[in-house]
Design a protein around this ligand. Structure first.
Ligand code: ADP
Ligand code: ASP
Ligand code: MG
Length: 489
């Protein structure tokens, strides 16, 4: 087999808003064509069309509570949306086969939902089967659309390549098997110059029979993860995450519309931001790329000319302490109070064993003489967790909390930063504070209702005089209002 220079392979991941309708998919095709014109070989990872995964989850939940017609009404709307999109993109000759396939996919989906409504028990395995439909549909429709627009594209079923364990809903990828499968199913197309289109988010359990794959998913937002697994698995020259904002911004632009693009950020900083709530990247995305030192770019499919954010191994020096502020909502604080036992041997382990038993990850921990406070994602297992913990000590828990996480390599060893942070949000009730073990984040818990105000105040404090080497200050100039001319009424 002749060998393609590795750096020519570029993994391009398009999120839900980048493939939300026919217009967006057409835009995606031209972005991919642009990479082709530069002599690159794109491997395209796509999410489900915007909001489809949410709707599939909603259909599954409706069926599970016995609302059969509610579930089928959702799939009827989805069926219509996918048909209309395909019709707007694809020629009359090819639409026939694709249309039949789409019809049969929805036929099987409806059958599963009817069964679910009758039985009333939604297992994680069935849930994965249902929610995977979004990426299975989008990837095939997009591959077909690419061909229609003159790109030599081949569709690959992600389940043939992304091999995982059987933890449905948040399956763990099996790297070496994935590499092997990518070599079998993806590389030959790339070597022949074809553009592979593959669905993100979904995979299959390693112990599936080849003719009966057991579908798994990588967790919400998991298409970014797929992109990194594919990029790492084929030694791509770069990984591009195409989304609906200009890159990683100084904070979520939905909270601060004047947030600035961060031009370059380190892997470590980006991973920290993602883990602590910056939805723009899935937390696990960076790892496979870091291991192989593959640059990751975050780019805007609605504004492809923008240079986006480059994630590199070592961040250049930055004048300001922070690069970005992330926020993670829907958290619960659990307080465990036990005056008698705290210092006894094995006590903390006993507490963590409870979280381990319920497979519940803990975000932040703080301890005092007599108590331990922990934060977790609000979830339906909390009453059971609290019941188990109450065997050890007094327990109370409180939801509707948010974690604010300020990230930047420059906070290492700088004095007075915490004072500036807490001065900026002096009117907000801060519950727990931690300066992360990684030394590059400062995090604290607040009430969910205070999030917007706290983030705006912090943003004004730390990003009003941005370092032009790191932040896109040109955008700031473009946005500045016209100065009022004297003498003009
Ligand atoms: P996609 O569908 O492309 O995966 P997501 O909705 O998952 O897109 O992520 C993009 C969104 O992430 C943006 O629209 C933005 O509101 C949000 N976001 C949160 N924090 C940040 C941040 N620091 N920088 C950029 N976007 C952010
Ligand atoms: N479609 C999946 C989700 O909405 C995966 C993704 O978009 O990254 O979570
Ligand atoms: Mg996403």
């Amino acid at each position: 087999m002749n060998k393609l220079p590795v750096s020519r392979l570029v993994v391009m991941k398009f999120g839900g808003t980048s493939v939300e309708d026919a217009v967006a998919i057409k835009r995606t095709a031209s972005i991919v064509q642009g990479r082709r014109d530069k002599g690159l070989t794109p491997i395209v990872v796509v999410s489900a069309m915007a909001k489809v995964t949410d709707q599939l989850f909603a259909a599954a939940a409706a069926a599970a509570r016995g609302d059969r017609s509610g579930a089928l009404a959702i799939t009827a709307r989805l069926r219509n949306r996918h048909f209309e999109t395909a019709k707007a993109l694809i020629s009359a000759e090819t639409i026939c086969d694709l249309g039949q396939w789409v019809e049969s996919e929805f036929g099987s989906l409806d059958e599963v939902l009817r069964g679910l409504a009758a039985v009333g028990e939604l297992t994680p395995r069935i849930s994965d089967m249902i929610v995977s439909v979004g990426e299975r549909l989008s990837s095939r429709i997009i591959a077909e659309a690419f061909r229609h627009y003159g790109l030599d594209a081949a569709h690959v079923d992600a389940r043939q390549c992304i091999v995982t364990d059987a933890q449905h809903g948040k399956a763990i990828p099996q790297d070496s098997l994935i590499e092997q499968r990518l070599r079998e199913h993806v590389l030959p197309h790339a070597l022949a110059g074809r553009i592979v289109v593959i669905g993100g988010f979904i995979g299959s359990a390693a112990d599936s029979a080849p003719d009966k794959l057991i579908t798994t998913t990588l967790g919400r937002g998991g298409s970014d993860f797929t992109a990194a697994l594919v990029g790492g698995g084929i030694d791509a020259g770069s990984i591009e995450i195409w989304t609906d904002v200009n890159g990683i911004m100084t904070t979520d632009p939905r909270i601060v519309p004047g947030a600035l693009r961060v031009k370059t950020i380190s892997f470590e900083e980006a991973a920290e931001l993602a883990y602590f709530g910056a939805k723009v990247l899935h937390p696990a995305t960076i790892l496979p790329a870091v291991r192989k030192n593959i640059p990751v770019l975050v780019l805007n499919s609605h504004n492809p000319q923008n240079e986006g954010t480059r994630i590199i191994s070592l961040a250049p020096h930055c004048r300001s302490p922070f690069k970005s502020i992330a926020v993670k909502r829907r958290l619960t604080i659990i307080d465990v109070v036990a005056s008698r036992m705290l210092m006894s041997h094995g006590y903390l382990r006993a507490i963590f064993d409870v979280f381990d038993k319920h497979k519940c990850p803990v975000d932040m921990v703080s301890t005092s003489e007599v108590s331990v406070s922990l934060t977790v994602d609000s979830n339906e297992k909390l009453p059971e967790i609290a019941a188990d913990l109450s065997q050890l000590a007094d327990v109370k828990y409180e939801g509707r909390k948010a974690l604010v996480c300020m990230v930047g390599e420059n906070i290492r060893g700088q004095n007075g930063i915490a004072a500036r942070v807490f001065q900026a949000i002096r009117h907000v009730n801060v519950r727990m504070i931690s300066q992360g073990a990684s030394e590059i984040n400062m995090s604290f818990m607040i009430e969910e209702d205070d999030v917007e105000e706290a983030i705006r105040s912090l943003h004004a404090e730390f990003f009003s005089d941005p370092d032009p080497e790191i932040f896109d200050v040109e955008a700031l100039k473009e946005r500045a209002p016209e100065p009022v001319k004297e003498g003009v009424s």
